[in-house]
Design a protein around this ligand. Structure first.
Ligand code: URA
Length: 428
């Protein structure tokens, strides 16, 4: 197999299944798997090979059976961003028109935050619910979020760790297979992918992001799940808040009708595709209009309140956002020159938030839910020297490492930037 792929030949279905099974069970050693990953990195895989690899990784472990949930379940997945609180808006929004959202999520590591950590900013919120409670909550409220349980796609876990140390992560068929194997094992009927592009994303260029999006959509289709990918910009964090409690606050404000432009627009985009896939609406335009109305008439907010309450969260914190955890110190970081903001390196902002305690450098770090970062300027805004770019919400009086990191994250130029596109493409 290694020799065939090295020479650019196609692998058969049986060969791919043999490899995935053998590697997961330990009969194929790391050194041979590394060589095969490197051969795939250089030679690529066609659509059929990629679909077979993905299915084999799904079959390597458990799959979640969500058949006890009534209705068409649509999952949503982001390839990873900073300030990405879209799930907290899209979940209740989609639930508000009757589409079930059964979301299995993870914790944050490094510069990206985790959905579960952010939800735990709400006092009492419980993500460790049993399968029965999870299913019952989705049937009653149309929305539940739980920590990932079960042994989903163990082949991917092992291969991803190997790729990480053999310079073979950034291969499009391997990334696409890795992400889709976990999504397919999670039991949804359809999937909407938010593929990020830009300096803060895995894929830095639109071409690479589009290639990844197409590959994932094809895998979904080949394996019988309707899949849509939205390619969205990550040349700056999404919205104005990065952290945990402050991200919940910003999401709730959108659910209460506030217009934070990029965040509201992207949430409506993703929710529209989800509800069209669930066949609640017959067109994107119809979906968009109905969902926008539910942000304004309070129905989406009500769905969020019911969801928080059903998982033991203190709803008073949602009704009065000042009750969410807060940091003691608020340190302003100021601009040193006049001009326009051209870019805000999302990864650096994520790292700065992690230094404050909003994220984890290692798996065992404990999150501080009240700390984080508020951006005061975003791409396209004018800036004067001495104006505040960012506020650091800190537990300590000084936070020099975070301050230096956010200062370096901002690119300020003389003339207004021309490209501020948020949604680059939709791949179906
Ligand atoms: N995320 C994944 O889950 N897998 C990859 O290969 C890359 C990013």
């Amino acid at each position: 197999m290694i020799q065939k792929k090295r020479n650019g030949e196609e692998l058969t279905g049986e060969e791919i299944q043999f490899f995935v099974k053998g590697y997961t069970e330990g009969s194929i050693p790391d050194y041979q798997a590394s060589a095969l990953m490197m051969a795939i990195y250089f030679r690529g895989m066609n659509e059929k090979e990629t679909a077979t690899l993905t299915q084999a990784m799904v079959d390597s472990g458990e799959t979640i059976d969500l058949s006890a949930i009534e209705g068409h379940i649509v999952d949503k997945h982001s390839t990873g961003g900073v300030g990405d609180k879209v799930t907290f808006i899209v979940g209740p929004l989609v639930a508000s028109v009757g589409v079930p959202v059964a979301k299995m999520s993870g914790r944050g590591l490094g510069h990206t935050g985790g959905t579960l950590d952010k939800l735990e900013s709400i006092e009492g919120f419980n993500i460790e619910i049993s399968k029965d409670v999870f299913v019952n909550n989705v049937n009653t409220n149309k929305l539940a979020v739980a920590g990932q349980t079960g042994n989903l796609a163990p082949a991917d876990k092992k291969l991803y760790a190997l790729r990480d140390v053999t310079a073979t992560v950034d291969s499009i068929p391997l990334i696409a297979g890795s992400i889709m194997s976990k999504k397919l094992a999670s039991g949804a009927d359809s999937i909407v992918l938010d593929v990020k592009t830009g300096s803060g994303a895995f894929m830095k260029t639109l071409e690479e992001s589009e290639a990844l999006a197409k590959e994932m959509v094809n895998i979904g289709k080949n394996l019988g799940k309707n899949t849509v990918a939205v390619i969205s910009d990550m040349n700056q964090p999404l919205g104005y808040e990065v952290g945990n409690a402050n991200e919940i606050k910003e999401a709730v404000e959108i659910l209460q009708g506030k217009n934070v432009k990029d965040l509201r627009r992207l949430s409506l985009e993703i929710a529209s595709h989800m509800t069209v896939l669930a066949e609640v609406f017959s067109s994107y335009e119809e979906a968009y209009e109905a969902l926008e109305a539910n942000l304004e008439n309070g129905k989406a907010f009500e769905a969020f309140r019911s969801f928080v309450s059903a998982q033991g969260g203190n709803v008073e914190m949602i009704d009065d956002l000042t009750k969410l955890p807060k940091a003691d110190y608020h340190i302003e970081v100021k601009a040193e020159q006049d001009g326009y903001v051209a870019e805000i390196d999302a990864e650096s902002i994520g790292v700065a938030a992690m230094y404050l305690g909003a994220g984890r450098a290692t798996k065992d770090d404990v999150i501080n839910h009240g700390v984080g970062i508020t951006l005061k300027k975003k791409i396209g805004d004018t800036v004067k020297a001495g104006e505040t770019l960012v506020v650091l919400h800190s537990e300590k009086e000084t936070a020099n490492d975070s301050r230096d990191k956010v200062k370096a994250a901002y690119t300020i130029i003389e003339n207004a930037p021309t490209d501020t596109t948020l949604i680059h493409k939709v791949i179906k």
